[in-house]
Design a protein around this ligand. Structure first.
Ligand code: NAP
Length: 286
């Protein structure tokens, strides 16, 4: 995009992991960015403001706030926050964003989805995203769906669930040998920016995103080889873990054990040749 035109993209979840990376890549590409937050004056909002984003109030539960936030933008990045623990809430919030994008006549919606494909699995947060994407299609929105499975940040970011998750609880539920498609949040942001840069190439696409497909045992080995030590394991009884994260994460990880996923990394590297595999990611975040 020619930076002189400085068109605007609105980013839902801008203060979070995905949205934060989308904001950074869009700013780097020369877009004007409207970063949405329920607390725009907070620390993360101030950080985004410092980077050059216009940080505005919006709540996915408040349609009027979305109308203001989506006014006169060229595109919208939509995601849903984690942790609602209710498929109805997640679907409702996604559809609120979709309806607002339709009312605003937005030229391109990039939707941060998740999951293995287009069939419902019983994992609520994946099924919710399928329903939201269908709702967006029904509204006739010019749509690109980005569909990662597991973020590599799960391996190193202590803010993800209790620390026990990836190296202790997840292997117990998903199995150490189940192959898992991985993508870094940074690369999710980069792919979203590519989509906004080339709408004619990306509108109508539903991209399953994986830069690497590795079992937890393989990831553990890569971690150990790269860092000379085992990844941290923080044992936590399942009942306690469930209390932190709810049932759906447990359902998801058990699903991974029972349903082998065979993801092709080719399409991701076609869109983003610099995408990081697990080894490159673990080196980059040292
Ligand atoms: N973990 C994985 O491996 C993985 C993989 C693929 C997809 N996903 C999906 O990624 C999503 C989570 O993304 P994330 O990790 O980037 O989330 P995150 O870092 O927890 O950020 C959540 C964002 O949502 C915003 N938010 C919360 N409630 C809101 C509301 N009512 N209205 C508007 N904004 C609201 C928050 O902004 P404010 O607080 O500033 O309002 C924050 O920016 C989930 O849907 C999950 O299913 C996860």
């Amino acid at each position: 995009m020619a930076s002189s035109t400085k068109r605007t993209i609105a980013v839902v979840g801008a203060t979070g992991r995905q949205g934060g990376q989308v904001v950074r890549h869009l700013l780097a590409d020369g877009w004007r960015v409207r970063a949405l937050s329920r607390t725009p004056a907070g620390k993360k909002g101030a950080e985004l403001g410092g980077l050059g984003a216009d940080v505005v109030y919006a709540d996915l539960e408040d349609a009027a706030s979305l109308d203001v936030a989506f006014a006169d933008v060229s595109g919208v990045f939509v995601m849903q926050p984690p942790g609602s623990r209710s498929i109805e809430i997640e679907v409702g919030q996604g559809i609120n964003a979709a309806n607002a994008a339709a009312r605003a006549g937005v030229a391109h919606v990039v939707y941060g989805s998740a999951g293995p494909g287009n069939t419902e699995t019983g994992v609520q947060q994946w099924d919710a995203k399928l329903r939201v994407a269908r709702g967006m299609e029904d509204l006739g929105l010019p749509l690109t769906v980005l569909r990662p499975m597991a973020f590599m940040e799960l391996m190193v970011d202590p803010s993800f669930y209790p620390q026990s998750s990836t190296w202790y609880t997840m292997p117990r539920l998903a199995g150490v040998d189940s192959r898992i498609p991985w993508l870094s949040v940074r690369d999710l942001g980069a792919v979203a920016a590519r989509a906004f840069a080339e709408p004619e190439r990306f509108i109508g696409k539903d991209l399953r995103l994986a830069a690497d497909v590795k079992s937890l045992a393989e990831c553990r080995r890569v971690f150990r080889e790269g860092r000379g030590k085992n990844p941290p394991r923080f044992p936590m009884p399942l009942f306690l873990f469930r209390r932190f994260v709810g049932d759906d994460i447990l359902t998801m990880w058990r699903w991974l054990r029972e349903n082998p996923v065979d993801a092709d990394t080719g399409p991701t590297y076609e869109v983003l040749p610099t995408a990081m595999d697990v080894q490159a990611f673990l080196q980059a975040v040292r």
